[in-house]
Design a protein around this ligand. Structure first.
Ligand code: F0G
Length: 451
């Protein structure tokens, strides 16, 4: 059986090229593993034409605004609405879209008050079609997979990438292969991949082991890899920053804070910010900072102990399973954008993650544990004086609350750390379910107890 129907990369039509982030080598086409043939480093997409014919910032902003009122399928996507800054398509009919993007910006007034910052907003990427930020990258990368004639796409995942990939593959009439660490991803995410028809393999290893295997597989079989090593994914994920700035009426916040796992998303957001500055869409760069779980803190250690020059991998362990990654593929790209924007990295404990998640939940928003590291990290950055009391902060919430209900239930029931270990602050956040006899009296008494 052939896994590829045809190969049709039309380099003449491309408005972009691939550049190696290590040696700077330029090429019009990428190999199956999306690594530089000369030095093995990762590739990024660049738009050489912007140098000679720089798009006018005011025209771009007004055409993005106009597209908001359009009913065209491309304009309805919060990713393709910004297509002027994405790899160009020969035929717009080629796009595989689920109306991704267009995600809300929510104020977090209670959290802001507790932290002493004037304004704290959350860009909620969990409100994407499959419940995570991955959809913004997947619409672009799956479109280019199909355009290149691939019939199979594949990824290694801690759950969200696989859910997203499986959905876009199904929409685009492609088959998908998922490699996930057995027992280490949430059932909700696994169930999505199953429903969308992926061939789902639970491997007896961790995420890093799955990714290593996938990288070998794509060199042996005509399978298109949809991990964030794929630079098309990062181009799609750039639109988070474009949409955010548009929602802020192009007023640049002082800080943007994101969770860090494989470090694709922070790299994509940072790339977008740098490009927006180059294109004069914004006058200055916000500081982009990455927060990791203490048990999966490869970037934090790489920047502190390796001065950002060599990766310090770690054996990863955290209940925020989305970011249970010890050997992040895009560490160099992330280290670069943190440096370019003047941001930092920080780590947070399991208890701090659980507490922050409940605090976001108490605002009526809700997110998955990996997203809550942003608030937990912000508390530390405020304490350290890195975030000043008069500065505006945006947290990027990456996944929906329902992605990992076990975490939430264990926390509220007191099964996570043992109730005895709760501080008064944490105890006040726990809302365990109450089992009662089905009588009016029992319900009335409960109401009085909490009144
Ligand atoms: N938040 C969530 C909810 C995630 O699913 C991930 C990554 C991250 C944050 C970290 O983003 O890897 O770009 O630094 N999830 C991947 C997956 C690895 O397979 O779903 P990153």
């Amino acid at each position: 059986m052939s896994l590829v129907s045809s190969s049709s990369t039309d380099v003449q039509q491309q408005n972009f090229r691939f550049r190696c982030i290590g040696c700077g080598d330029l090429s019009d086409a990428a190999s199956q593993d999306f690594r530089c043939p000369a030095c093995g480093d990762l590739l990024e997409i660049i738009y050489a034409s912007w140098k000679s014919a720089q798009p006018d910032p005011a025209t771009l902003k007004s055409s993005w605004q106009k597209r908001r009122a359009s009913l065209d399928a491309l304009d309805l996507s919060g990713v393709w609405r910004f297509r002027d800054l994405l790899p160009a398509l020969d035929d717009e009919e080629d796009v595989i879209t689920l109306r991704e993007g267009n995600t809300p910006l929510y104020e977090l007034p209670q959290c802001a008050r507790r932290l002493g910052v004037p304004r704290l907003v959350a860009k909620h990427q969990g409100m994407n079609p499959t419940g995570s930020f991955k959809d913004a990258g997947m619409t672009v990368a799956s479109t280019f997979a199909r355009r290149a004639g691939f019939r199979w796409v594949a990824c290694a995942s801690t759950g969200n990438t696989s859910a997203s990939m499986a959905a876009y593959a199904a929409r685009g009439g492609m088959r998908s292969l998922v490699l996930v660490p057995e027992g280490k991803i949430s059932w909700s995410k696994l169930s999505q991949a199953l429903d969308y028809g992926a061939v789902t393999c639970q491997l007896r290893t961790d995420f890093d082991g799955c990714l290593r295997l996938l990288q070998q597989l794509v060199l042996r079989a005509p399978v298109y890899q949809l991990n964030s090593i794929n630079p098309f994914r990062l181009e799609g994920q750039k639109t988070l920053a474009l949409e955010l700035l548009e929602q802020l009426d192009w007023q640049v916040p002082d800080h943007i804070i994101v969770p860090g796992g494989n470090l694709g998303n922070s790299s994509a957001i940072g790339k977008a910010l740098v490009e927006m500055c180059e294109l004069r869409l914004i006058p200055r760069l916000p500081k982009l900072s990455v927060i990791q779980a203490e048990g999966a803190n490869a970037l934090v250690r790489t920047l502190r102990e390796g001065e950002g020059k060599r990766l310090i991998s770690v054996p990863a362990e955290t209940r925020a399973t989305a970011i249970r990654i010890g050997n992040p593929a895009s560490w160099k790209k992330a280290a670069h954008v943190l440096q370019a924007t003047g941001g930092t990295s920080e780590q947070v404990s399991e208890m701090e993650i659980a507490q922050a998640k409940a605090e976001i939940g108490a605002e009526g928003i809700g997110c998955e544990p990996a997203s809550a590291v942003t608030l937990a990290g912000l508390k530390k950055l405020v304490q350290q004086g890195f975030v000043k009391p008069d500065e505006t902060v945006v947290l990027v919430l990456t996944g929906h609350l329902l992605k990992d209900p076990d975490f939430t239930i264990d926390f509220h029931r007191g099964d996570m750390f043992g109730e005895a270990k709760d501080s008064a602050e944490v105890a006040a956040l726990r809302h365990p379910p109450i089992v009662l006899d089905a009588t009016l009296d029992a319900v009335m008494r409960t109401l009085e107890r909490f009144n």
